[in-house]
Design a protein around this ligand. Structure first.
Ligand code: OKP
Ligand code: ZN
Length: 347
């Protein structure tokens, strides 16, 4: 399996995230991806492939140009405000919620930080753009591998992507790698693409990007947003709109759900994807469904991930795995590699 590894991922290394009134150490750390790479090497599982340059017009088919311009220059703006800022990451403080204007583009950097984000837990750092844009390039490389006839590929990148929307960052995500891959597959000739999101957290960014489109189906199995992040999207009654009506399927499950019920729910998602008639599948592969994950609440065990890979392979679709969450750092490599091994054993 070709692996598009983001060798610049460690340039994004947040120091602290705002969590319920305290600045706490970031959980989305470079060691996560290092462990996955190490496990792939130990198993002889992947061949590292070079990502292509990412075309600007592809970025702009998924993200708003003014958001991309902001993200690209944000760190430099932040440091110009105060030389001491080089020692701390940028975190938003003000958001234009209901009744505020979001069409304006304030001169204030702090105002634009809020305009383009939805939480205070996703620090923007000196290397955020370099890491995120290189990660997005890896996603495009993976999509092109499928277009060239590969049955599968793995995009091993961070920061993750599935919370990033058309013009906002949050949930540790800045550019939506899975959405960019799906768009690249569409542009390369796949008429219908499905995104299956198995991360513990609802992929609100991916859902929002494709909500009114009938050419990309989004299915997600995740912690019930009534109690779980991102709280304000991911409910079962969100079915898509306009041309995208019935092309969005949310399958929320209560905190504490174990593998048997989770697997039955995955089958529901895979069934809907089969009925949609996708030509290719993008999997937002979060392994924060693991029982020991420090920020999540499902009960999957390491061996269960082999079954997850097997079940996905049974769809018989060209499949691109895009790495998302998974914060039990010591086990994240084994769990992610198990999904790929399970897939390959049936592909
Ligand atoms: C990103 B992904 C923990 C607070 C949780 C945000 C969770 C983002 C998850 N300190 N805040 O979907 O794995
Ligand atoms: Zn997650």
């Amino acid at each position: 399996m070709q692996v598009f590894y983001n060798e610049h991922h460690a340039l994004h290394h947040g120091r602290h995230e705002m969590f319920r009134g305290a600045l706490v150490p970031c959980v989305e750390v470079p060691a996560r991806v290092d462990h996955v790479l190490q496990e792939l090497r130990a198993r002889g599982l992947g061949r590292i492939a070079q990502p292509p340059e990412i075309p600007r017009d592809l970025l702009e088919r998924v993200h708003a140009p003014r958001y991309l311009r902001f993200l690209e220059g944000a760190w430099d703006e932040w440091v110009v405000l105060d030389a001491a800022n080089a020692q701390r990451d940028a975190i938003p403080s003000y958001w234009p919620i209901r009744g505020f204007r979001s069409d304006v583009l304030p001169a204030s950097f702090h105002a634009r930080m809020g305009l383009f984000s939805f939480d205070a837990g996703s620090p923007l750092t000196a290397g955020t753009w370099a890491a995120a844009s290189q990660g997005a390039a890896c996603a495009v490389g993976g999509a092109r591998a499928l277009l060239a006839g590969e049955r599968s590929a793995f995009v091993l990148t961070r920061p993750p992507g599935h919370h990033a929307g058309p013009d906002f960052f949050g949930g540790y995500c800045f550019l939506n790698n899975a959405a960019l891959a799906a768009q690249a597959l569409r542009d390369g000739g796949c008429a219908r693409v499905a995104v299956l999101d198995v991360d513990y957290h609802h992929g609100n960014g991916t859902q929002t990007i494709f909500y009114e489109r009938g050419d990309v189906f989004f299915a997600s199995v995740h912690g019930d947003p009534r109690t779980e992040y991102p709280y304000f999207l991911g409910y079962g009654d969100e079915r898509g709109a306009g041309a995208g009506l019935d092309c969005n399927l949310n399958l929320p499950l209560p905190r504490g759900t174990g593998f048997a019920r989770w697997r039955d729910t995955l089958a529901v998602a895979l069934d809907a994807i089969a009925r949609f008639g996708a030509d290719a599948l993008v999997v937002s592969l979060g392994v924060d469904t693991f029982a020991l994950d420090p920020i999540s609440g499902f009960g999957l065990g390491s061996a269960d991930y082999l079954r997850v890979g097997e079940d996905i392979a049974a769809s018989a679709l060209p499949t691109l795995f895009v790495f998302e969450g998974g914060y039990a750092v010591a086990e994240v490599g084994v769990n992610a590699a198990n999904v790929l091994d399970g897939f390959l054993s049936r592909a």
